[in-house]
Design a binder for this molecule. Structure first.
Ligand code: ZN
Length: 297
């Protein structure tokens, strides 16, 4: 199954992308693709419901806005320097153990939403990545059991502000967490749709030109290893995201480096996980933002 969420930001409705490319509204059956849904074996129940109700369930216009295919999770864990070619272009050693860092969960948005440059952004960069979504709670998961904890996979762009990430001290999370920095989807492909995560082609274009063209076969640590590894340090909850790292071809690795500017268009895709497209827009104070609007106390 291919899970989608559609509608206005923050008010998305769960749905399915069907084989015939129609979009189906599953809100008569379930509330959302969230921690409770995955924890209560929602995928099995949804599959059963679909068998009986696919023909009669309401259809949705394909022009609808897509949100993140899952509700905001408890955490987004990212893996750094997990592709040999990317570690090399970043002039970093191939790590002996996976590098892990967090992305704020508030950075999660739909696959085709605008990328809003954060205030004072200077070095805005792209990273096409395979995101793993956890389906079953676990800690100290053994590698051979790891895939049993996976609900499915999605396309992710791990946007990064390199000054915030690398030149402001402290941890990478600063450059990874701005609003709109984690467009996910178009859909979550359930685990049964991707039996082999080791040979998925992945690509990214900026303004129509290829920047990244690689495969998950370039990964240093594979998906089962990463799920097991992260679970040694924290409990993974249903709905949690592990983003598995990016291949070569990021702006930071170009000679000279090239970064995104307002008006640029980023397109990306991974085999069997669809495509996404983001337009870069300049930061501006929007109505309702809580930036420095409190009266002095
Ligand atoms: Zn990344």
């Amino acid at each position: 199954m291919k899970l989608i969420r559609f509608g206005e930001p923050g008010r998305e409705t769960p749905g399915l992308l069907m084989e015939d490319a129609t979009l189906l509204d599953v809100s008569p059956f379930l509330q959302d693709y969230d921690e409770a849904f995955f924890a209560n074996d929602g995928l099995t129940q949804l599959k059963q419901w679909l068998k009986e109700n696919a023909a009669s369930a309401p259809r949705v216009a394909t022009s609808v806005r897509l949100g993140s295919p899952i509700s905001r999770p408890s955490k987004i864990v990212c893996i750094g320097l997990n592709f040999r070619d990317h570690a090399k272009e970043s002039k970093m050693e191939i790590p002996e153990e996976p590098v892990i860092f967090f992305k704020a969960t508030t950075s999660l948005v739909g696959p085709n939403d605008d990328l809003i440059m954060p205030k004072n952004a200077q070095k805005l960069d792209w990273e096409v990545e395979l995101a793993v979504v956890i389906g079953e709670k676990g800690s100290y998961i053994e590698r051979k059991e790891a895939l049993k904890h996976v609900a499915g996979y999605a396309l992710h762009n791990d946007y990064s502000e390199r000054v915030f990430q690398l030149e402001r001290g402290g941890q990478w999370v600063k450059g990874k967490s701005a609003d709109t920095f984690a467009p996910l989807g178009p859909f979550l492909a359930t685990y049964d749709e991707i039996p082999d995560t080791g040979h998925l082609g992945m690509w990214l274009k900026v303004n129509g030109e290829f920047r990244q063209r690689s495969s998950t076969s370039e990964m240093i640590f594979d998906v089962p290893t990463l799920v097991s590894y992260v679970s040694q340090f924290m409990t993974l909850l249903p709905g949690d995201i592990i983003s598995t790292g990016t291949p070569a071809g990021v702006g930071l690795g170009m000679r000279p480096p090239q970064y995104l500017k307002a008006g640029d268009v980023v397109e990306l895709g991974i085999d069997h996980l669809g495509e996404a497209r983001q337009r870069v827009v300049a930061w501006q104070l929007a109505t309702g933002d809580t930036v420095s609007t409190h009266p002095a106390r």
